[in-house]
Design a protein around this ligand. Structure first.
Ligand code: ADP
Length: 508
């Protein structure tokens, strides 16, 4: 059986477990790859959100530069009105200053709320760079830090590079008033967007008051705020959290699948093992039964032949031979009946005729029909009853079959010279019991678990091994007791004897 099972396991492993295992490993690795891809795509999206904020800040400062790019004198009324307008709409702009690059003079300076001293001049190299841009028809706004403020400067196109315009901007107000509405719009309810000082790391702006620390997923330098950087993260979870959550979920699903495959594998193997065992038991049953049938057949044929050849001289001998033939035929009939009975019961083809039976009367009668067996095997069988009457509802034939089986076993599985069988009728636990006790070889605790299974025979011990049988008797008893609403049990000790108990429900 071991080899067959090993072969089947190997085939199963090859056709089911290996492809499945291969599939699962591939799925696991594909998962990680997908994960990385999702992370990449997501990361690009976050970057483009930050880019759009920077782009917006560029639009704002471009608008400022355009409104200040006027042909006339920076002190004239038109410019005054423009600057006034700019101050009104942009509280972040603290001052606007025009410098003449030819004369190196300040042409005009406008203050928004408060007046302060402002005499910073741009580096020559930077001015030259801006002039080169302008020649290429590209007006570029430059930025630098001035104390706590932001300094933006550009060359107005209208002045052809001869004039420089400076704007002093208060960063916090710029963020709050100019950038915040746009940030709120892109962030919606999904993201936290932060602006932090890239030197100190302190957060100067968050689009929404949030709980706990903001762990940024992506950062980007701000185009027009030197030493500031933008940060973004998902409101609910970080990208890693999301990714690991998803991986975990998928892993569980794959793990569940693997477990199912393993369980299926084990289930199939266990069932195959059972089938192989049953096949072996059945073949043993056939050989047991053949063995059991062979002896009476041989005896019948031998005695019949002797009689036919008229070799038996005395009439007594003739009668003895005939009786043996008759007894062996009865034995044969018994064996065949048992097998037929078993097959009928197994297929539920037997019709039971239930009637009220008083065990105190019926059991001794059934035992009496076994007298010849008892005397042939030197058995002392005694019956006792604890009760005056013990009524049950049962089928008479079935009761006889059960008792025959138990008594037959009690004789068969005893090696004592003086065999003793005690049959008792008792009432216990609201049941009526028939106990059949012998002083035979007994049954080990391990075997007691299996003796009621069909075809099961104990093979340890000389007597158990040699005694003829089919392994059907006790299974038959179990099935019949079930139909009667009761059950059969056994108490036994190896070497001391066994007691089989038929437990019937009480019927008044
Ligand atoms: P069998 O045809 O082998 O007797 P049974 O189903 O009647 O089949 O019994 C199953 C096994 O239980 C037997 O092979 C035997 O080993 C064991 N057995 C049954 N009755 C007894 C008993 N009274 N004493 C010891 N062993 C018994």
């Amino acid at each position: 059986m071991g080899r067959t099972l090993a072969k089947i396991s190997l085939v199963l492993l090859l056709i089911v477990a290996l492809p499945m295992g291969f599939f699962l490993v591939r799925e696991f690795s594909a998962l990680t790859k997908n994960e990385q891809m999702v992370e990449r795509v997501f990361s690009t999206q976050l970057e483009s959100i930050l880019y759009s904020i920077n782009q917006y800040s560029e639009n704002v400062v471009q608008q400022w530069s355009q409104s200040l790019d006027q042909a006339g004198d920076p002190k004239d009324e038109l410019m005054q009105g423009m600057v006034e307008n700019l101050f009104q709409n942009n509280a972040a702009i603290r001052a606007v200053r025009f410098l003449n690059l030819e004369t190196s003079h300040e042409e005009a300076i406008y203050f928004n709320d408060s007046v302060f001293t402002m005499d910073v001049w741009p580096e020559e190299a930077e001015v030259e760079q801006l002039q080169t841009y302008l020649e290429a028809n590209y007006q570029r706004m430059k930025e630098s830090r001035w104390h706590d403020d932001l300094l933006l400067y550009f060359l107005p196109k209208s002045k052809k590079g001869e004039q420089l315009c400076q704007l002093v901007v208060e960063p916090r107000t710029f963020i709050q008033q100019n950038l915040s509405p746009m940030i709120q719009q892109v962030a919606q309810d999904l993201f936290y967007i932060t602006i932090s000082d890239s030197i100190t790391g302190s957060v100067v702006y968050v689009n929404e008051a949030e709980r706990g620390e903001v762990k940024t997923m992506k950062r980007a330098a701000m185009w027009y705020l030197p030493e500031h950087e933008l940060g973004i993260r998902l409101k609910s979870k970080t990208l890693e959290e999301l990714a690991s959550e998803r991986t975990q979920r998928d892993n569980y699903a794959l793990l569940g699948m693997s477990l199912l495959v393993v369980l299926g594998f084990v289930f199939v193997l266990v069932n195959i093992r059972k089938e192989i065992k049953l096949a072996a038991i059945k073949s043993e049953f056939v050989s047991n039964v053949s063995h059991e049938i062979r002896t009476p057949l041989a005896l019948i044929s031998m005695y019949a032949e002797t009689l036919l050849l008229k070799r038996v001289k005395t009439e007594e001998k003739q009668t003895e031979y005939l009786r043996t033939i008759q007894q062996e035929s009865v034995r044969l009939t018994d064996i065949v009946n048992r097998i037929l009975n078993f097959s009928r019961i197994e297929k539920n083809r037997i019709k039971y005729h239930f009637k009220k039976i008083d065990l105190k009367q019926a059991v001794p009668e059934l035992i009496a029909s076994f007298d010849s067996h008892f005397s042939a095997a030197n058995v002392d069988c005694c019956f006792s009853s604890e009760v005056d009457e013990a009524w049950i509802e049962a089928d008479g034939e079935a009761l006889k079959t059960m008792l025959n089986n138990l008594l037959d076993n009690a004789i068969k599985y005893s090696d004592k010279a003086a065999k003793e069988i005690k049959v008792r009728v008792v009432k216990k636990n609201k049941q009526t019991w028939i106990e059949v006790q012998d002083n035979g070889i007994g049954i080990s605790a391990k075997n007691q678990k299996y003796i009621f299974d069909q075809f099961y025979r104990v093979t340890e011990g000389d007597l158990a091994h040699q005694a003829k049988g089919s392994g059907l008797g006790l299974n038959l008893v179990k099935r019949i007791m079930k139909v009667h609403g009761g059950k059969v049990s056994v108490h036994s000790k190896l070497g001391e004897g066994s007691t089989f108990i038929l437990k019937f429900p009480i019927k008044m």
